[in-house]
Design a binder for this molecule. Structure first.
Ligand SMILES: NC(=O)C1=CN([C@@H]2O[C@H](COP(=O)(O)OP(=O)(O)OC[C@H]3O[C@@H](n4cnc5c(N)ncnc54)[C@H](OP(=O)(O)O)[C@@H]3O)[C@@H](O)[C@H]2O)C=CC1
Ligand SMILES: CC(=O)[C@](C)(O)C(=O)O
Ligand SMILES: [Mg+2]
Ligand SMILES: [Mg+2]
Length: 335
């Protein structure tokens, strides 16, 4: 069983009197910086000159500096920039500001695990990774709850890195929900696998392909959208609350029988092989190399695929249907 920690296992005093710089004010940055600040810690946001989020962070009550200034000033530097830019920004703007005994903090181990950032030996390197999209990290904290998280220590120069990581996780609100101990390698490989195969990639392909099949078979796109996309959240909520068991209990016997017998034919042995192939490419570094090169080339594949996705009939009809549902939360679309 993974080792777990809660509020009582973590001492915020480990971070009191220390200056924390949170680099980036995107999905995770805005959430974790505000949570740490509201937990009574000294937080400065590091951004590039001209960032459209500079004003936002100030309006949220936070100090803002350039990344280089914030790195120089801070004792603890949390890097919440997109993974593909972290290495370049680290070497040009962050590393020159680091001193022995400082700490650098990640919410995903990609750059450390795949050697894109090789930290100097005299600093702590730890991870606090909320298992949640950033906007929910903030929303649940404000509601008095928290999202579960992971902590890991890669380098312990001060002998206090684990205590620092737990304090940091407490400041972000994760120890309210429970924090699991892991390693940079385990977090990186499982996180990439999850988002590629299941959470983001797998689900997106399942939705798109099943939508296409219904539309190609002559059904109205509205019907296809409701069946393959809209209702998915309601089903996933049940799984989230009570596992597959609660979902099977709640749906009709017809859905249960059909789902149990047909599901394994759709996600089948071929899919299992594809999952193993994805995992291999994560473990052997091929995916990392591809993604790093994509970043260095200014994201040509991502740009093209995002455009193709936006033009997909599922997205076109979905946008129209959602515009008739003003109660849907639009906050998550703002990133
Ligand atoms: N998104 C999520 O929910 C999760 C993310 N993570 C991890 O958290 C980290 C951050 O991801 P995420 O929050 O999605 O990142 P975002 O893409 O939301 O971060 C954008 C922020 O980074 C800044 N930025 C981008 N490029 C530069 C640059 N060259 N110099 C200075 N600032 C720059 C942007 O500045 P500007 O305002 O100027 O554009 C913006 O403030 C990653 O390691 C990711 O894997 C982990 C768990 C979940
Ligand atoms: C939200 C999250 O944890 C992801 C899917 O791993 C990510 O955004 O990288
Ligand atoms: Mg993740
Ligand atoms: Mg991820």
């Amino acid at each position: 069983m993974a080792q777990m920690y809660y509020d009582n296992d973590a001492d915020l005093n480990m971070l009191k009197g220390k200056k924390i710089a949170v680099m980036g004010y995107g999905s995770q940055g805005h959430a974790q910086a505000q949570n740490l600040h509201d937990s009574g810690l000294d937080v400065t946001v590091g951004l590039r000159e001209g960032s459209r989020r500079w004003k936002q962070a100030e309006e949220d009550g936070l100090k803002v500096m350039t990344v280089a200034e914030a790195a120089k000033m801070a004792d603890v530097v949390q890097i919440l920039l997109p993974d593909e830019v972290q290495s370049q920004v680290y070497y040009s703007e962050i590393e020159p500001g680091l001193e022995a005994g400082n700490a650098i903090v990640f919410s995903h181990g990609f750059n450390i695990h795949y050697n894109q950032i090789i930290p100097q030996k005299d600093i702590d390197v730890y991870m606090v990774a909320p298992k949640s999209p950033g906007h929910l990290v903030r929303r649940t904290y404000v509601d008095g709850a928290g999202v579960p998280g992971l902590v890991a220590v890669y380098q312990d120069a001060t002998g206090k890195a684990m205590e620092m990581a737990l304090a940091h996780a407490k400041g972000v609100g994760c120890t309210r929900a429970g924090v699991y101990k892991t390693s940079f390698r385990e977090e990186t490989e499982t996180d990439l696998f999850g988002e590629q195969v299941d959470l983001c990639g797998g689900v997106a392909s399942l939705i798109k392909t099943s939508f296409e099949v219904l539309v190609e078979a002559g059904y109205q796109p509205e019907m296809a959208y409701f069946e393959t996309c809209h209702e998915l959240k309601l089903i996933v909520d049940l799984i989230h609350e009570g596992g597959l068991d609660k979902m099977w209990y709640s749906v009709s016997n017809t859905a249960e029988y059909g789902g149990m017998t047909v599901g394994p034919k759709v996600i089948n042995e071929l899919s299992r092989e594809a999952m193993y192939e994805a995992l291999d490419r994560i473990q052997n570094g091929e995916f990392a190399r591809e993604f790093v090169l994509e970043g260095k080339a200014n994201r040509p594949v991502l740009t093209a695929m995002e455009r193709q996705d936006r033009e997909h009939p599922l997205e076109v009809i979905g946008k129209e249907i959602r515009s008739k549902m003003p109660w849907l939360n639009s906050e998550l679309n703002e990133k």
